[in-house]
Write a protein that binds this ligand. Structure first.
Ligand code: UDP
Ligand code: MG
Length: 326
């Protein structure tokens, strides 16, 4: 049996505060993984245009004998781009683990992922949040339920609610992800879209230890909208459908008015209700036009075929071990 290689991919954006902690903890885990499963473990760390010295810290950090590739983007391209860069760079690994840099993805869990990968015929093992309701409150839970309903309307694939980016992916799973040409990458959706055999392990994510989340509630809403429009055209269908429903209701109301006019002419009809209806449908039209605009804008951006990210630095530590393998 040849020794298998596992690559740990970490996107980093302004994480200088917590990085040493993470790397120290991860180093110990990587050593024990190498021992327990006879694996070669290496890292790919992607600095997504940090402004807080994360990259300098990464360059200084003593990774010991572990092969490490440090990539740096020319600016901030977003987590999805960083993950894509990591997957692109991991082409010689038998599997990769994708994990956040903020210790919300406990490195200890990687051993559970690896055990399933090596013993079962599974292409991707992911962590999922078992109880959204408790940890996030009813509002966010309802939104996320709606979100997963919208993106999962196509029964040919399954995007498990609560599944995040913390996951192990094997080589053919990564090949499938690399083969997707779109520059607009909603990774959580793409994991489901590519198919294969996948299994989830429950994980209640611990709070961020240091630094702060890169997303506030408004950003989260925008990201959610972005995710929906980049992944499915279902909202366009809902628009058309609501058009049909509104037209049907208006027609019925029209008939009712005509009947009223001829048979009960004494009943007054008010200007207020007319104004309210005009305002209402004006609003609905604007909303739908905006949504349509989202899709048109996305097609324009996709049509440009810009690269997903631009690298400014690419530093390999222990290049020989990576080259030997390839
Ligand atoms: N991240 C990134 N680029 C960004 C935003 C975030 O690479 O533009 C990284 C970040 O450093 C972290 C991970 O993505 O490793 C998750 O980010 P964060 O913890 O802010 O998100 P949350 O956990 O709140 O979803
Ligand atoms: Mg986080």
């Amino acid at each position: 049996m040849t020794t298998k290689t596992l690559c740990i991919i970490i996107p980093v954006y302004n994480e200088a505060e917590g990085l040493p902690d993470l790397l120290d903890r991860l180093g110990a885990i990587a050593d024990s993984l190498a021992d327990e499963f006879a694996l070669i473990v290496d890292y790919i760390v992607i600095d997504d245009g940090s402004r807080d010295g994360s990259f300098a810290l990464l360059k200084e950090y003593d990774f010991g004998a572990r092969a490490t590739r440090l990539l740096r983007f020319s600016r901030n391209f977003g987590k999805e781009a960083a993950l894509s860069a990591g997957i692109d760079a991991a082409q010689y690994s038998d599997a990769a683990v994708l994990m956040d840099a903020d210790l919300q993805h406990p490195p200890e869990m990687i051993a559970d992922f690896v055990r399933i990968w090596l013993t079962e015929d599974i292409d991707s093992v992911y962590a999922y949040k078992p109880s959204r309701l408790r940890s996030e409150g009813p509002m966010k839970a309802a939104l996320s339920k709606l979100f997963f309903w919208v993106i999962n309307h196509d029964l040919r694939y399954d995007i498990p609610p609560g599944a995040g980016d913390f996951r192990l992916v094997n080589q053919r799973f990564m090949n499938a992800l690399r083969s997707l040409p779109e520059s607009d990458r909603f990774m959580k959706g793409l994991y489901g879209w590519v198919g294969f055999r996948q299994t989830g392990l429950p994980l209640e994510p611990p709070p961020r230890l240091r630094g702060k989340s890169n997303y506030n509630p408004l950003q989260l809403l925008l990201v959610t909208l972005d995710a929906i429009t980049s992944f499915t055209t279902m909202p366009l269908r809902l628009m058309a459908l609501s058009g049909v429903v509104i037209a049907a209701v208006s027609a019925a109301y029209g008939i009712y008015i005509v009947i009223q006019y001829f048979f009960f002419p004494a009943v007054p009809t008010g200007i207020v209700s007319v104004l309210a209806l005009i305002a209402f449908f004006g609003g609905v039209q604007m909303m739908f036009l905006g949504l349509l605009g989202e899709y048109v804008g996305k097609s324009v951006l996709e049509a440009k075929k810009r690269p997903i990210y631009i690298l400014s630095d690419d530093i390999s530590r222990k290049e020989n071990t990576i080259a030997d393998r390839g």
